[in-house]
Every structure is written in structure tokens, then in C-alpha cells.
Design a protein around this ligand. Structure first.
Ligand code: PLP
Length: 414
């Protein structure tokens, strides 16, 4: 894998390593050898680009793709053709059920209202709707309440007999899988088993039962059932600090976010830096201006000053391996680093906010998205997913590029 030169005058870029996504999916399949794998590519593939991420995940052996919204599901169909099983799970009354069903997308019934709309959609599409029933086993978010499940199951069985729907799957989602030993995990698993019995009692025989997100895929083999649904780990990030760094699981972060210094200059001791003067220089020093801010998805909570250290940035493309922390406020378009007295950096030098690393919290020389999450009081999911459209994505690696439409694109460019 070669990374294209970063010298075209753009301030910043996100490099997405498609081979990392492929290899992560392959590693995840090894973690769940008895189950099929649904790669979750919602929210533009957690910020990595939905279609490229989906193709790379398929190249790694993903059997299914999962998304949140109808628009995402239809875009997958348009980009990848009719053959890949796609599940969409977050639908609102009035969603384009007929269009989804006509496109062969598996739709989720997560509330009683959805059965009526699915049945109507199936009639309009002239096609049997493929349905997964989502059950709320204790997350208290989306999903059919356990108390409503008996009537939803009976109604679904009726619609199956009359040929409008086919119940392909039953699933649920865990609240605390990233907290090993959390008592809710066993409670949710028991509730899921009860839901499966309820479905069976109504005469439904779903082929795929699925419960595991990334954390459960990596650490709870008893909950893999027929299909696992990892998201964040597909992109090479650990689900959270309690599970340790990605390398522990054979994963590597697929996204590198880097920028080029726009200004390097001397600032005297005792000067306030950036909005609000949150940070004050303690000596005559050199500051470097990094031309990305919250308009690019750098969290403002990653600001650094007296109240706490800012987000980490690796400087010194020559491998000198210095990691500095944001000095002062993260602004909309920029933030400052205190490079120290006599710093050798020059305007145009590349700095890395996060990349393919286990993170500085684990002693690695390069920060990762979890390090930024730690600094900003959030999770790595938000760091990568909120990277703004303003940051161009540069794709490296070949995984997924042999699918028909990518080949066509490549040929068109020649
Ligand atoms: C987002 C999502 C996932 C993936 O979760 P990760 O923690 O990213 O692995 C799986 N299932 C559902 C229903 C989701 O909404």
C-alpha cells in the first residue's frame, strides 16, 4: 500500500486504508467463526465513505451489510447491485417501504406500526417483504417492547401465511457490551432467548438470530448466534477503553487524519494562545498552526489548557515521534500547537491527529481516534464519524476495487 504524496496544497486529508477494512473484517470473522458477519456501514461508513467501506468489507468476507436509514440502504443497492443482503433498521412512519422491498432490502419491524406499513409496501411492490423483527431486550431504545411481542409475532405469522412478508430474522441490541461483566448483558441475553421462544411459539422460524455488536463479537462468543453485526471494529477501532486497544484483537484503524502546518512562528513567554487565552506560553516558544477545527470534525472539547490536556497530535514526519497536545481552543477552522523553543518544523510540514495505531494511551508513538475520544470526553465512534465533508477522503489499498462498478470507474479514468 502506498500513500499518495501530500503536497497538493490542501490543508488536510483523511486517508482511508481499504485493505485495513478488509483485513479487519477477516479478523472479525475469525473471532466469530460459527456466525455470518454483517458489516455495519451506516453514517457514511462511520465517516470512511459508505460504498468504498462496503466493498472492502465484502472483500474481507462480510456476508451482509447493515445500515440505519432507508436512504443509506437504497444507496447501497444502487452502488452494489441486487445480490448483497442489506438490512435497514431505523425507519419512521411514511418511510419508503415499497421502494425498499422492491429493491430487495430487508426491512426491520421495530414497533407494531411497522407491520402495517411493511404489508402495504409489499402489496405495492408486488413482492414478499423480507422482515427482521427487532426486539427491545433492555436497551429501551428502538425495538418491539417485550410486552408487545406476542401480538406482533402473531400478526407477523399471519402476514407470513398470507404471503405478504417473510420473517427472515430476529434481532436485538446490547446496552453495555463494552463493559465486561455488566449484569445487563446476561439479562438481555435471557430476554433475547425468551423473545426467540415467543416467535417460535407463534410459528415463526427466522433463519438469522443476531445480537452482537463489535464488543460482543470480540468478547462474548456465547452471543454470536447466527450473525454478528460489528461496526466500529470493521474500521479498526476498539469499541472502548475497557476492551483495550485494537491490536489486542488483530484490528488496525483504517483512517488516518493529517494536516499540514499553515504557519510556524515565534511567540514570547506569557502570551495567551487562541480564543479565550485558555493556554498561556510558559517560555519563549514556537507555535504551529494546524488548519483544521470543529468545522472539519475536530472536537472543540479537545481544546487544551489549564483545565486539561488537549487532543494529541504527532509532529515530525521525519519520525522524531513527538506527540504534542492542542494548545488552547480548537476553533472552527484551526488550532495551535506549542512546538517548543527552537522547533525545527516548517510551514507545510505534515502533522497527524490520528492514525493506524493502538494509541498513545497504550504507549504507541502515533495517536488514534480513542486518544482523541479520551481528550474530548467522547467515544472513538464520534471522532471518526463526525469528520466533516470538508476533509477530502483519499483511498489507499485495493480491497473491493475489483467489483464491477469500481473497475468501470478506473477504466473511465484511463
Ligand atoms: C450501530 C449498530 C451496530 C454496530 O455497533 P458497533 O458498536 O459499532 O459495533 C450494530 N447493530 C445496530 C442495531 C446498530 O445500530
Amino acid at each position: 500500500m502506498t500513500t499518495p504524496a501530500f503536497d497538493d496544497g490542501t490543508p488536510a486529508r483523511a486517508i482511508v486504508d481499504l485493505d485495513a477494512i478488509r483485513d479487519n473484517v477477516s479478523a472479525l470473522r475469525d473471532h466469530a467463526p460459527s456466525a455470518d458477519l454483517m458489516a455495519v456501514v451506516k453514517a457514511d461508513g462511520y465517516g470512511h465513505g459508505m460504498l468504498p467501506a462496503a466493498r472492502a468489507a465484502l472483500a474481507g468476507g462480510a456476508h451482509w451489510l447493515g445500515v440505519a436509514t432507508a436512504e443509506e440502504a437504497l444507496a447501497l443497492r444502487a452502488g452494489l447491485g441486487p445480490d448483497v443482503p442489506v438490512l435497514v433498521w431505523l425507519l419512521t412512519p411514511g418511510a419508503p417501504f415499497a421502494e425498499l422491498i422492491a429493491a430487495g432490502v430487508d426491512v426491520t419491524v421495530a414497533a407494531p406500526w411497522a407491520l402495517d406499513e411493511v404489508a402495504a409496501g409489499a402489496r405495492a411492490a408486488g413482492r414478499v417483504a423480507r422482515v427482521h423483527v427487532k426486539v427491545d431486550t433492555g436497551l429501551s431504545r428502538n425495538g418491539v417492547a417485550m410486552g408487545d411481542l406476542p401480538r406482533v409475532a402473531r400478526r407477523a405469522a399471519g402476514l407470513e401465511s398470507s404471503g405478504e412478508i417473510h420473517v427472515v430474522g430476529v434481532f436485538s441490541h446490547l446496552a453495555c457490551a463494552d463493559e465486561p461483566g455488566h449484569p445487563s448483558i446476561d439479562r438481555q441475553a435471557a430476554a433475547f432467548d425468551a423473545a426467540l421462544e415467543e416467535m417460535a411459539g407463534a410459528g415463526l422460524r427466522p433463519e438469522v438470530r443476531h445480537l452482537a455488536n463489535s464488543a460482543a463479537t470480540l468478547t462474548l462468543p456465547g452471543l454470536h448466534y447466527d450473525l454478528v453485526r460489528p461496526g466500529i471494529s470493521v474500521y479498526g477501532n476498539s469499541p472502548g477503553p475497557l476492551l483495550g486497544p485494537p491490536g489486542r484483537y488483530g484490528l488496525r484503524p483504517a483512517m488516518t487524519f493529517e494536516a499540514r502546518l499553515a504557519n510556524v512562528k515565534h511567540v514570547a513567554a506569557g502570551e495567551g494562545v487562541s480564543y479565550g487565552h485558555l493556554y498561556t506560553t510558559t517560555q519563549d516558544t514556537t507555535v504551529g498552526l494546524v488548519p483544521v477545527g470543529y468545522g472539519d470534525g475536530v472536537p472543540r472539547h479537545g481544546s487544551g489548557g489549564a483545565a486539561g490536556p488537549g487532543g494529541p497530535v504527532a509532529v515530525g514526519a521525519d519520525g522524531s515521534g513527538r506527540v504534542l497536545r492542542v494548545a488552547g481552543r480548537v476553533c472552527m477552522d484551526q488550532f495551535v500547537l506549542d512546538l517548543g523553543p527552537g522547533a525545527a518544523e516548517r510551514a507545510g510540514d505534515v502533522v497527524t491527529l490520528f492514525g493506524a495505531s493502538d494509541g498513545v494511551a497504550h504507549g504507541a508513538p502515533l495517536p488514534n481516534a480513542q486518544d482523541w475520544a479520551d481528550a474530548a470526553g467522547t467515544i472513538s465512534y464520534e471522532i471518526v464519524t463526525r469528520l466533516a465533508p470538508r476533509v477530502p477522503r483519499t483511498y489507499v489499498g485495493t480491497a473491493g476495487s475489483d467489483t464491477t462498478d469500481r473497475t468501470t470507474e478506473g477504466e473511465a479514468q484511463q
